[in-house]
Unconditional design. Structure first.
Length: 305
C-alpha cells in the first residue's frame, strides 16, 4: 500500500515509517518544513508538503494514497499552556474531517488517533476498546467524534488509542513530570500515588498502527497498551533515583503549585486493557516496560541541592 502518514517526522510517526517500510508498504509522509522533508527522505519515505493548518494539503495527500494513518497532533501549539488544549483538539477534528473528505466511499482505511481514557466506563476499572464516552471531560474526545462523523459519510475509519508511549528518551506526559522534578528539585506523586497510567513502547505502538491499517476494519477501536497500569508512586520513585532528588507525596491542594498544568492529569487513575486488541489483531507487545526505559535514561547528571 501507499500510505499517507501525518505526524511522520514525530516521535511515534518516525517509528511508524520504519515499521511500514519493513512490511513493504510505501510511505508518503506529511512534512511542513525543509528539515522534516530531509528527515523523511533519509528514512526512505516520499514527501508531501503541508500541515494541519491547511486542509487542502491533507485532502490531496489522502487522495493519492491507498490508506491513511493520522497520528499528527500539534503538541507544540499549547506547550505548557493547557488552556490551548481545546483549540488543538479542534484542529485535530478539522484535520480528520479533511482526510475523510478525500476517502469518502472508497473503503480505503483511515486510522486516527485518540487516548485510552476515552474507553473508561467505570472509575477504577481498566478502559476497554468497546466503550466510548461521549461525555468524557477530556477535549481529546473530539478526534473520535470526528471519526464517527466521517464514518457516517462512508469512510472506513478505525481508532488507535494511545497510553504513555515511551522509549529511553521520551515517555509521554512523564517527560513533563521529569521536567517539573528538575525544576522543583523533587519528584512528586499525589496522596499514596496508587493511581495508574497505562504504557507501551514506541516500537510496539508503531506495529499496532500497521496491524490496524492492514486490518482496515470499519469501526475498529484498538488500545496500544502493553502495561495496563504503572503506579504514579513507582514512576515518581524512579525519577527521584535518576535525578537524585527526594520523592514526596502531595495533597490534591498542593499539586497545582508543584505540577502546574500537569496537575489535572497527575492524580488520574487511568488503567487500560488491550485484551480485545490482542484478540482481534494478534498484537503481542515485546518492548521494554516503562520503568525499565526510565531506568535506562540518560539523566544528564544528578540535581545538586
Amino acid at each position: 500500500m501507499r500510505v499517507f502518514l501525518t505526524g511522520a517526522t514525530g516521535f511515534i510517526g518516525s517509528a511508524i515509517v520504519s515499521e511500514l517500510n519493513k512490511a513493504g508498504h510505501r510511505v508518503l509522509g506529511l512534512a511542513r518544513s525543509d528539515e522534516g522533508a530531509r528527515a523523511l527522505m533519509a528514512a526512505g519515505a516520499e514527501v508531501h508538503r503541508g500541515n494541519l493548518e491547511e486542509p487542502e494539503t491533507l485532502r490531496s495527500g489522502a487522495a493519492k494514497s491507498d490508506g491513511v494513518i493520522h497520528c499528527a497532533f500539534d503538541h507544540s501549539a499549547f506547550g505548557n499552556d493547557i488552556s490551548k488544549f481545546v483549540e488543538v483538539c479542534e484542529k485535530d477534528r478539522r484535520a480528520i474531517e479533511a482526510l475523510g473528505d478525500a476517502l469518502r466511499g472508497s473503503d480505503r482505511p483511515l486510522v486516527i488517533t485518540s487516548g485510552t481514557g476515552m474507553g473508561n466506563a467505570v472509575p477504577g476499572q481498566p478502559a476497554t476498546e468497546d466503550h466510548f464516552d461521549l461525555n468524557h471531560p477530556n477535549p481529546r474526545k473530539a478526534s473520535e467524534v470526528a471519526g464517527a462523523s466521517v464514518a457516517e459519510r462512508g469512510v472506513n475509519v478505525s481508532v488507535v488509542r494511545l497510553p504513555q508511549v515511551h522509549d529511553t528518551v521520551k515517555q509521554g506526559l512523564i517527560t513533563y513530570a521529569i521536567q517539573v522534578a528538575r525544576e522543583k528539585r523533587a519528584s512528586a506523586y499525589i496522596g499514596e500515588g496508587l493511581n495508574r497510567w497505562p504504557a507501551a513502547h514506541v516500537l510496539d505502538v508503531a506495529h499496532l498502527y500497521r496491524l490496524a491499517l492492514e486490518k482496515h476494519e470499519a469501526g475498529g477501536r484498538y488500545h496500544s497498551v502493553a502495561e495496563e497500569g504503572v503506579s504514579m508512586r513507582e514512576i515518581a520513585e524512579v525519577i527521584g533515583r535518576g535525578l537524585h532528588v527526594p520523592v514526596v507525596s502531595l495533597s490534591q491542594e498542593q499539586a497545582p503549585a508543584h505540577f502546574g498544568w500537569l496537575a489535572m492529569f497527575a492524580g488520574f487513575d487511568m488503567p487500560a486493557s488491550s485484551a480485545l486488541t490482542r484478540q482481534r489483531l494478534g498484537w503481542r507487545p515485546t518492548g521494554p516496560g516503562l520503568i525499565a526505559d526510565l531506568e535506562q535514561m540518560r539523566w544528564g547528571g544528578a540535581i545538586t541541592q
